[in-house]
Ligand binder design. Structure first.
Ligand code: ADP
Ligand code: ZN
Ligand code: ZN
Length: 720
């Protein structure tokens, strides 16, 4: 008999521990089991399995408790290797989440602990049988077709021999069996030539290969040739027979990265991202497990794929906030990547033109091996013009497109060159305000102003997606004076450009035009093929795109982000502007950037326009030091939510009273309501992260502390 200890999902935090069950057969660690827990049948996750020759009574007597047998083992073999098991335990500690939530985050939906009901898709296959049967000539042909290949998908046989397939089965000439459906790898026939490395690229690669450090921080301006460096390092790892993981923030926005990787490693490349459906994800997962996929390009969750021989991990755009998971467990992909790199004794390359301050500070302190590439491959930086909007509007120019930007667009259109326009807000009007009381129309489920969209003629909440018609009566004061519009988004910008340049072909890319699968790719392909002159959109278009013919980038309301109250707002504004400037003049033609801002003297704006990371870093570190923000301190944000404000407030206050230590507690702060939930937050801030974690963990471990409506974010990216 075997004694199993299993993790079981339970909403009471103090029950985040293993429970003991019995099993007649061995069920290794990392398999799921179906068990009865209390009155319910649940899926558990095996932590350990120990053989004993005692009987049930003897074990119960020894342990002094009643034990149950498991109902059944769900998986024939472990879903999670020892390495990933250890990573899950590590994540549980670091993010203060439950073990089960960590396993869930790591596994594709098909095999998540709680989801034994997801069906694995099976396919019917046929192979020849031993039976002797007499066949017609055509049947014999079909029979030989199968024999030659060993086994064939039944659907394929039906296609080849529509009239014989079924009869061969009823004659028992063929055996039918089921196999799990398998994914296919992308084969890209058009392999691109490897460019000759620039001297700087050569130097960087040598430096990395000659060092035995684990973590490298590669700060390189956009267009400095970082991607080629990843590809060369990947080649090296493959030569050694090892696997490669390239992490990217968002697949749909980095089609050119996929193209370049697949043209180099097409035959053994898997792609893993949130746009895949559950079956597709599972198929890619199996391919990594079987070692069929040697190179994976993937988003955040790809860091948990079952590699067993990693030779290199690259994290492109390491500063991107999509590497952090929003929901429990709020893990950061970088931490998981670091764990795996150490486990596999392989290199982790973090790369960005604008590393997070945390990473860059580590680079300067030599915790990470810092490498800087300040020169573009084509040696040309775009020339940048700043338009101070307060002045130009005072002079009577348009508040959307200044005269300078208008003239530059005209010039580029006449030269048949392409233009990118960035405005980081979607919709038509940003908000509608009551003419009588000046209150904006807010979402009934969130405390946020709603935007008006022209395509639907409706108000839309960008947080919860709620849509509604504009009302006749002001919900705040009851006046019927009507509403006036404030602020503008990409829809209005598009309208304005159409009016100013009726001859221009325009593409718009934002969350409203990219709802359907592959719509990003369609828009980007079309722009790359010069089927449009102007691509306009939100920050989506500022990421990782490389278009040769783009010679003008216009940034509208470039410093909008500074109005946010978050401690990272200068950093995100800087990142966005740097990225956007990097989009211009990537090919042979020199590029130009026109940036419209309200505060041209802000250090984030100035540094971005000079493409000067160091100066930004120095200024921003001063600000972080003054406010005691990361990287000078660590933070843990604990948010309680409830439909009733007083319930959330009570829980937050109780929590806050129990937090004692060398750290500060800030709060309780009432946050804006979203999705009909009132939220109250407490922030712990201090130099000793382990001490803060311990305080929170101890509080949660006491009594019947419920995890419902609780969000714990260790090292939060944003606070607003
Ligand atoms: P980054 O990833 O740093 O933004 P890329 O790797 O995309 O930079 O390189 C910028 C451009 O330069 C790309 O169009 C790329 O094809 C080209 N490139 C990169 N390395 C070389 C090289 N050694 N020789 C010629 N062109 C190169
Ligand atoms: Zn009103
Ligand atoms: Zn809403």
């Amino acid at each position: 008999m075997y004694i199993l200890s299993c993790w079981i999902e339970h909403p009471v935090r103090s029950l985040d521990r293993t429970f003991t069950y019995l099993s007649e057969t061995e069920v290794p660690r990392g398999c799921r089991v179906q068990v009865v827990f209390g009155m319910k049948t649940l899926v558990g996750f095996v932590d350990s399995c120990v053989y004993t020759d005692e009987g049930k009574e003897a074990i119960e007597a020894r342990m002094n408790m009643k034990l149950r047998f498991i109902d059944k083992a769900v998986d024939p073999e472990p879903l999670i290797s020892d390495e990933l098991y250890e990573l899950a335990m590590n994540m549980r500690e670091a993010t203060l989440s439950t073990a089960i939530s960590c396993f869930s985050a790591m596994l594709p939906a098909k095999v998540k602990p709680g989801s034994s009901n997801h069906k694995i898709v099976m396919e019917r296959w046929v192979s020849v049988s031993e039976n002797e049967v007499s066949l017609s000539p055509k049947q014999l042909e079909a029979y030989l077709y199968v024999r030659e290949r060993g086994s064939v998908l039944y659907s394929e046989l039906r296609k080849q021999y529509p009239n014989q397939a079924r009869s061969l089965i009823s004659l028992h000439a063929l055996n039918v069996f089921e196999k799990e459906k398998k994914g296919s790898l992308i084969i890209n026939a058009a392999s691109a030539p490897r460019p000759k490395l620039s001297p700087l690229q050569e130097k960087v690669i040598d430096e990395i290969l000659q060092s035995d450090d684990t973590v490298y921080l590669l700060r390189g301006v956009t267009g400095s040739g970082k991607t080629e460096i990843y590809l060369r390092l990947a080649e090296k790892a493959l030569e050694e027979g090892r696997q490669v993981l390239i992490l990217v923030p968002e697949i749909a926005l980095t089609p050119q990265m996929i193209e370049r990787v697949s043209s180099r490693f097409g035959a053994s490349l898997a792609i893993y991202h949130s746009g895949l459906n559950a079956q597709e994800k599972y198929e890619q997962y199996r391919m990594v497990m079987n070692q069929e996929a040697k190179v994976v390009v993937g988003t955040r969750s790809a860091v948990f794929l079952p590699f067993d021989n990693l030779g290199l991990i690259v994290m492109d755009e390491e500063h991107d906030s999509s590497y952090k998971q929003d929901s429990q467990p709020c893990y950061h992909c970088r931490d998981a990547a670091l764990f795996r790199a150490e486990y596999h004794h392989c290199r982790l390359v973090l790369a960005s033109a604008t590393p997070t301050l945390e990473s860059y500070a580590r680079g300067l302190k030599k915790v990470y091996h810092l490498i800087v590439m300040d020169e573009r491959i084509n040696k040309a930086m775009p020339s940048v013009h700043i338009v101070p909007m307060k002045e130009t509007i005072r002079k009577g120019e348009s508040y959307i497109i200044s005269n300078l930007l208008r003239d530059r667009i005209r010039e580029r259109l006449d030269k048949k060159e392409q233009i990118i326009l960035l405005l980081n807000r979607r919709g038509y009007h940003a908000r509608l305000k009551c003419r009588s009381c000046q209150e904006p129309i807010r979402c009934p489920h969130c405390d946020l102003a709603m935007s008006w969209h022209r395509d639907t003629g409706l108000l839309k909440c960008h947080t919860c997606g709620h849509e509604m018609k504009v009302m006749k009566v002001c919900p705040s004061c009851g006046s019927t004076a009507g509403f006036s519009a404030y602020g503008f988004g990409t829809e209005k910008l598009e309208h304005e450009i159409e009016t100013l340049f009726p001859d221009a072909r325009i593409l718009r890319m934002d969350a409203d035009t990219t709802g359907r699968k592959n719509s990003h790719e369609t828009i980007l392909k079309s722009f790359a093929a010069h089927e449009a002159d102007i691509l306009l959109g939100t920050q989506m278009i500022a990421k990782g795109l490389d278009f040769e013919n783009v010679t003008l980038v216009g940034i509208i309301n470039g410093d909008d982000g500074l109005a946010r109250t978050d401690f990272r707002s200068a950093e995100t504004t800087f990142d966005l502007l740097m990225q956007a400037c990097g989009r211009s003049g990537r090919g042979a033609k020199t590029g130009e950037v026109v940036c419209q801002v309200f505060d041209p003297d802000h250090y984030a704006v100035k540094a971005a326009l000079n493409q000067d990371y160091e100066t930004f870093f120095a200024n921003e570190m001063r600000f972080r030091h003054a406010g005691q923000y990361p990287p000078y301190t660590y933070m843990i944000a604990v948010t309680f939510s409830d439909p009733k404000e007083e319930n959330a407030m009570k829980r937050a206050q109780q929590f806050m009273q129990c937090m004692k230590g060398s750290f500060k507690t800030i709060g309780v702060i009432s946050l804006l309501k979203i999705h009909d939930l009132c939220r109250c937050r407490v922030i712990l801030k201090g130099k000793d992260l382990d001490e803060m974690r311990k305080a929170v963990r101890e509080y949660m471990g006491s009594g019947e502390f419920s995890l419902k409506g609780l969000r714990i974010d260790v090292n939060p990216m944003y606070l607003d």
